[in-house]
Design a protein around this ligand. Sequence first.
Ligand code: ZN
Length: 328
Amino acid sequence: VATSDGGVAIGVDVGGTKALGALVDTQGAVLTTHVVPTPAEGEPLLDAIAGLIVELAPAGRELLGVGVGVPGLVDGAGVLRFAPNLPEIVGLGVTAGLRRRLPDGVLPAPARLVADNDANCAGAAELGFGTAAAESDVVVVTLGTGIGGAIIAGGTLVRGANGFAGEIGHMIVQFGGEPCQCGKRGCWERYASGSALGRFAREAAAAGRVPGILAAAGGDVDAIKGEHVTEAAAAGNDEAVALFDELAFFLAQGLANLAAALDPGLFVLGGGMIRAGEALLEPTNRCFATLLEGAEHRPIPGIVGARFGYLAGAIGAAALALGVGAAE
Ligand SMILES: [Zn+2]
């Protein structure tokens, strides 16, 4: 990572409802943050991101780069091609649009401006400053409403031919299975994400199996969400632990598929669901070891929790702007 002492970077994490910007130093420490609502359309979104950058631009310290993470397919030219949760935005030139908007002097000439998928940003945060910092081959899996992925091979983020590598949530694990936002059926994220956890919990509640979780959701089966289960598991609730056992089976299947393809030395799990801690990690490691090809004859990669929580995307966008995960 080529940086100079005292320099800083700005990372912006664009979510479906809000955009979080952070000023980050070269050690990954967050100095300040700023949040704005996410506009639903492209040009207003670029205006909002540019406003965040101007707001966070450091006085008296060198700005080394700006990174923007967005929830969708971003190509190598910084164009957001498709974002399932921002359906009105298609083919938006993020880096080009920001360059036009930023006032002179905000982004000095050598500073980088990059845009990338939000899960790649979370991966860069862990690679640059977190749990994956000592690893060269690792898969960072973000477990939220869906499943995002960042594949790191030989210390470099794998981008694929078009920049779209790491869409691991849409690997098909159940032929003809549950319908997915992407238009297909049986995608991994329908079985092992926070929304899948919510579905398992609603099914269990309807069958009378999880009265405590049902009560926590106000007694309404349809109001149960994955977050209810995660919070209950974090508090050691047995009903929630049993639901995580169920989810871990599906989670481990996808991880075993990734291990077959990539042979990583480590899996790092992040996103909101990791708040469940060992209730998630213990059964996932246990199931994974039974599914890994030749497990008795090879090192079994660990499955561990991410260092960064809700700031991962912004820290990682800044990390990418600092050159973390870039090819030599
Ligand atoms: Zn899908």
